[in-house]
Design a protein around this ligand. Structure first.
Ligand code: AHG
Ligand code: MN
Ligand code: MN
Length: 316
């Protein structure tokens, strides 16, 4: 057979086929596929926006871009018709929204556009999704059934886990998500670190831990976007991302439900770990939607090492 579309379709595994072969539950795989398709609409919106910023504020008092709202609208409106989603919880909304009839299986959480303030610089940004059963007010380990993120960068990629490993797909020019890496496994130890927050706001314990990494030869890699920073740790097969407790903000910056739980699920499924310094992120109960938590996430060695530096007395 000559080169052409037949060879192409024969050798590429698209997202739906991958999930089917991996034995992901039918409703869950349809939902994941639908959300991946929404990533295409969000990316079109990013392109159309021509990187313009708008001066709204979200419920956390943060600058909200037209894009944040646009991405949120796309997800909410499309998920309404998915047939599988009971409730929608988003960083851009102040409460959990009933969007289904009430008997659907899943609750979806979203950071519709992560790192949106980077859009004018043309750095990568992303969408982070958690898929839960029963409730979101519990430990992530009890409720999360799948998580995914999409990166909008030079390429659009999608990484998902439905509890059967972590897999990466690339959106090709035909508009299909094609498998690029199956069963991503982190090494025990990496060589890059992404430290959020400013030195002057770090606790002495955190500072010592970061000095340990620097003295051990880790390279600094921080873009200011959680999605590309985590993606870098995953694709480079190790390293650490942290946004720690700060002196004036003991719970750090990132949100447990919308950002940390989905990424921790994905990283754990790739053999890595995620902790708030004391407990696994997936063992921290969610009590309020906007709950924040410090985080250390990445390969096993770096995440375990944090415990040598942080003191239990400081545990909140
Ligand atoms: P969001 O754009 O969804 O509000 O998230 C912003 C985040 C996250 O992407 C990143 O890791 C962190 O904020 C960066 O914070 P600093 O600017 O303090 O480094
Ligand atoms: Mn975010
Ligand atoms: Mn966001």
């Amino acid at each position: 057979m000559g080169e052409g579309i037949n060879d192409y379709t024969q050798f590429c595994v698209d997202l739906r086929r991958h999930m089917w072969l991996a034995g992901v539950d039918q409703e869950l795989r349809r939902l994941i596929w639908q959300i991946a398709v929404m990533g295409k609409y969000i990316s079109a919106k990013i392109y159309e926006s021509n990187r313009k910023l708008a001066g709204f504020k979200n419920i956390y008092g943060e600058e909200q871009l037209t894009l944040d709202r646009g991405a949120d609208e796309i997800l909410k409106n499309q998920l309404q018709y998915s047939g599988f989603v009971r409730d929608y919880a988003s960083e851009e909304q102040d409460s959990v929204m009933r969007i289904g009839k009430g008997d659907e299986k899943f609750i979806v959480t979203a950071d519709p556009l992560d790192g949106s303030s980077l859009v004018d610089t043309n750095l990568s940004i992303g969408t982070i999704i958690g898929i839960h059963k029963d409730s979101v007010f519990d430990e992530g380990r009890n409720t999360l059934v799948a998580a995914l993120y999409i990166t909008y960068g030079p390429l659009i990629t999608m990484v998902y886990s439905a509890g059967k490993g972590t897999h990466e797909f690339v959106l090709n020019r035909e508009g299909e998500y094609v498998l690029s890496e199956e069963n991503i496994v982190l090494k025990d130890k990496g060589s890059i670190y992404s430290p959020g927050g400013m030195h002057k706001d770090w606790t002495p314990e955190h500072l010592q831990y970061i000095e340990f990494l620097e003295n051990s030869g880790y390279k600094l890699r921080y873009s200011g976007g959680f999605v590309p920073d985590i993606n870098q740790v995953l694709i480079k097969k190790g390293g650490l991302f942290t946004y720690p407790a700060l002196k004036n903000s003991p719970r750090g910056k990132l949100r447990l439900l919308f950002e940390l739980q989905p990424m921790s699920f994905i990283i754990e499924q790739a053999g890595g770990r995620a902790t708030d310094g004391y407990r696994d992120i997936l063992s921290v109960p969610v009590t309020e939607l906007g709950q924040r938590s410090p985080v250390y996430i990445g390969s096993r060695f770096e995440v375990d090492k944090v415990k040598d530096y942080l003191k239990w007395d400081n545990f909140l």
